[in-house]
Write a protein that binds this ligand. Structure first.
Ligand SMILES: Nc1ncnc2c1ncn2[C@@H]1O[C@H](COP(=O)(O)OP(=O)(O)OP(=O)(O)O)[C@@H](O)[C@H]1O
Ligand SMILES: [Mg+2]
Length: 383
């Protein structure tokens, strides 16, 4: 007998966004589809990152969830409760959604001390003075600057202000915290440090997070799942490894890392083994089909990560092998990089602990079949 194991009694999703649409109207009357039919879930304790280029709608989506922006249509649930539903005309105001949000600029009050800035969200929530003091000091300790309680924002470094903003976001102990590029205003070293601390804090306190960034490394480092956004749409969602190793589109392959690409035409529909033959400028290539519905004649991109490429001086037996010439050889500390010219194409190869080849040397480049992937081209006008 089949059971519905795990359905009854399961905690509801922290966030559930369904078919959300939001347009903006510019001064010149053009319409911007900032959120274009988005479905998204955040599970209890999960860290979900929204990753996409400037203007793709990340902030707008966070603001819709927080209640600071009213979507056109769709619905939003927070912890099993509807907070927005266009078909019911339901809009719950932001202060009744029990969400903390940390903004793209840290938005600290300049006339308030660090203590008062952090205490601010608690003061409107009927928390006793003693309890406020205890929680603010706890939050200050968590972000590592208990000694700055009495300082004003203008008397602090950028990184310290960022920590105050983080403390303010966690002090309410909300189950959901929305982060809008909270680390974008500090230099790389501090950002790396804060990223690790934020991760520890989230795993320790157990809140769910929806975190916006356009920094691929940051997304990979923080996320349980990454949602990649393009023009207001979620084009792929999965674990960092998933989106990196199994991108569905050229857009995602490019956005989450460096990739070698060959444009090509599908020779015949994908077989039952999940592979597809693609005619490229370097001959026919058998690739893992990102989409089982690829059609014969369709234009696709074959993508290969540089670290999956191997060089050899003598001809290997591997099924995928191309002969080329070393155009550039770079020692980059942690790894080496070769640019290999194969026909008209420049391929990148990355190696760890390998010797540099001579520029001009003839080499063979191989890649294992499971690392050759045929993906959709979302925007054919992009080069
Ligand atoms: N109040 C507004 N009026 C008109 N258009 C807007 C408004 N707010 C945002 N937009 C437009 O909606 C789109 C999405 O903006 P949004 O701020 O969500 O992008 P984003 O992904 O957060 O970008 P960034 O990484 O630069 O912060 C953009 O094209 C922007 O110009
Ligand atoms: Mg933004």
């Amino acid at each position: 007998m089949s059971t519905q194991a795990g359905v009854a009694g399961d905690k509801p999703n922290i966030v559930e966004v369904r078919r959300l649409i939001k347009h903006f109207y510019r001064e010149d009357k053009t319409v911007v589809p900032a959120i274009d039919n988005v479905d998204l879930e955040v599970h209890p304790g999960e860290f979900v990152v929204l990753l996409g280029p400037s203007g793709c709608g990340k902030t707008t989506l966070l603001r819709c969830i927080a209640g600071l922006e009213k979507p056109d249509t769709g619905s939003i649930q927070i912890q099993g409760k509807k907070v927005f539903d266009s078909s019911l005309g339901l809009v719950v105001p932001p202060e009744r959604r029990n969400i903390s949000m940390i903004f793209q600029s840290y938005a600290l009050w300049p006339h308030m001390s660090a203590f008062d800035n952090i205490a601010y969200p608690l003061r409107s929530r009927n928390v006793t003075r003693a309890s406020i003091a205890e929680r603010v000091h706890g939050a200050l300790k968590l972000v590592g600057i208990p000694e700055l309680a009495g300082q004003f924002p203008a008397q602090m470094s950028g990184g310290q202000q960022q920590r105050i903003a983080l403390a303010r976001a966690i002090v309410s102990n909300d189950d959901l915290v929305l982060f809008d590029e909270p680390l974008s205003n500090v230099d790389a070293k501090v950002r790396e440090q804060l990223r690790i601390e934020l991760l520890e804090m989230q795993r320790k306190l157990g809140f769910s997070a929806l975190y916006v960034t356009h920094d691929q490394t940051e997304a990979m480092a923080l996320a349980h799942r990454v949602a990649i956004i393009r023009l207001g749409k979620v084009v792929q969602i999965g674990s960092p490894r998933d989106v990196y190793e199994r991108p569905n589109s050229r857009y995602v392959a490019r956005f989450v890392g460096t990739t070698n690409e060959l444009k090509g035409t599908v020779v015949s529909a994908p077989g039952s083994d999940g592979t597809v033959r693609v005619a490229t400028e370097l001959g026919e290539v058998v690739a893992i089909a990102a989409n089982p519905a690829f059609k014969t004649g369709e234009t696709v991109a074959v993508v290969i990560r540089p670290e999956r490429c191997t060089l050899s001086s003598t001809e290997p037996t591997a099924p995928i092998r191309w002969q080329g010439t070393i155009d550039a050889a770079l020692f980059l500390g942690s790894h080496t990089e070769h640019v290999v010219r194969i026909g008209e194409r420049a391929f990148l190869e990355w190696g760890v602990g390998s010797e540099l080849r001579e520029v001009g040397a003839r080499v063979w480049l191989t890649v294992a079949p499971e690392h050759v992937r045929a993906v959709t081209i979302l925007d054919p006008t992009e080069k």
